[in-house]
Design a protein around this ligand. Structure first.
Ligand SMILES: Nc1nc2c(ncn2[C@@H]2O[C@H](COP(=O)(O)OP(=O)(O)OP(=O)(O)O)[C@@H](O)[C@H]2O)c(=O)[nH]1
Ligand SMILES: [Mg+2]
Length: 359
């Protein structure tokens, strides 16, 4: 018996090969669809060895059955059987393709593709912050400026400074009082509600003597209003308070009795320019009960990033009144203007070069 395997791209080619090699009476024993493509056909030329199990008979002619050969017409042609064997995996492949096409038509695969896209989009979004080109800060700030009021001068007779400890309240108060009294020739008085800080009163007393204006100590917040009436003859009254961190909300609220009558009073929240935007927002929140009318930034000379000078008033809706740029009284204070804020936010603070240093 000669059993031989034939590899061919199609069954038709395989059968041609078998016919050429084993003759037209060859019997196909098995066929196998190959994964890499093509077909493997095992065939024999020995009709005596044929087994009935396969039902695979001679590829080209029916094999004669030993005892009583069945009539040829009653059996399917061998070629058909072979083709059927080959067709089974092809049919299953077609079925799978058909179901894939149906899924496509139903949009089920679409959902899969959508999920893939969503994942891709998420990945791209997480990458984007590093990839995005940086915005032009000047354009960004100009856009803020065009939509918001950033500055407003002091408009009321009584100016009260509140804010965190060491922000520069007392020093800035002295600068402004000196300017009003000495430069503008206004009648000015200093008042203080700060009874906490060691040396605080002495500090203010020194300033009042230097500027030549009276100082009144307010023993408790509720006493502010009557004193304001007593000092009705003065053009400007500057009121100092003790510093409180944003965490000390009780102490901040304790100042409320001073503000029962607000018509004459303007509250300025004094903030060191070097603190973060988040810290500024915490201060705004903590001091909200006192309803600050203005923000006042100090210590510009100690700060690197001054963009909050533009951003904070836009974000909070509270305009800036003044800026403090150093320790010198009264020189290191100025009125806030929009142009100055943009310049400071973009270029930072540049201290004046004194003649002494220049030499
Ligand atoms: N570099 C710089 N220092 C400043 C500025 N303003 C105030 N200071 C200094 O900051 C320190 C604290 O200033 P004060 O005016 O006492 O601050 P305060 O807010 O009254 O402080 P408390 O009363 O303790 O809450 C002092 O040494 C000031 O000279 C400023 O604009 N720039
Ligand atoms: Mg003080």
């Amino acid at each position: 018996m000669k059993v031989q395997k034939f590899l061919a791209p199609t069954l038709r080619d395989a059968l041609s090969q078998i016919k050429a090699e084993l003759g037209k009476d060859a019997i196909v024993l098995s066929t196998k669809q190959l994964q890499q493509g093509g077909i493997e056909v095992t065939a024999t030329s020995d009709e005596a060895e044929e087994t009935p199990r396969s039902g695979l008979r001679g590829a080209f002619t029916p094999a004669p059955a030993a005892p009583a050969p069945a009539p040829q017409a009653a059996q399917p042609s061998l070629s058909e059987l072979d083709i059927e064997r080959v067709m089974t995996p092809i049919r299953s492949e077609l079925r799978s393709l058909r179901s894939t096409l149906r899924m496509l038509a139903d949009g089920q695969l679409d959902a899969g593709i959508k999920n893939e896209l969503t994942l891709l989009r998420k990945t791209i979004t997480t990458l984007r912050p590093n990839e995005e080109p940086k915005k032009d800060p000047s354009q960004e700030l100009q856009a803020i400026v065009s939509k918001n009021i950033l500055v407003a001068p002091s408009q009321k007779r009584v100016v009260v400074f509140v804010g965190p400890t060491g922000a520069g309240k007392t020093t800035t108060l002295a600068k402004l009082a000196a300017r009003e009294a000495l430069v503008k020739g206004k009648t000015v008085a200093l008042l203080t509600m700060d009874r906490h800080r060691v040396g605080g009163l002495e500090q203010l007393r020194t300033f009042s003597r230097l500027i030549g204006v009276p100082l009144t100590v307010i023993p408790e917040p509720a006493k502010l209003q009557p004193v304001l009436q007593d000092l009705a003859a003065f053009d400007r009254l500057y009121v100092d308070t003790a510093g409180h961190s944003h965490r000390d909300t009780a102490a901040i609220r304790a100042l409320l009795p001073a503000f029962v009558e607000r018509a004459e009073i303007e509250v300025h929240l004094v903030i060191p320019a070097f603190i973060s935007a988040a810290h500024i927002d915490l201060l705004l929140k903590a001091y909200a009960p006192l309803e600050p009318d203005r923000l006042l930034f100090t210590k510009l000379d100690e700060s690197e990033d001054l963009s909050e000078l533009v951003r904070a008033p836009a974000r909070t809706g509270k305009p800036l009144s003044h800026l403090a740029t150093g320790q010198r009284v009264p020189e290191d204070a100025e009125d806030a203007t929009t142009e100055r804020l943009i310049s400071l936010a973009l270029k930072g603070f540049a201290p004046e070069v004194s003649n002494e240093n220049a030499r």
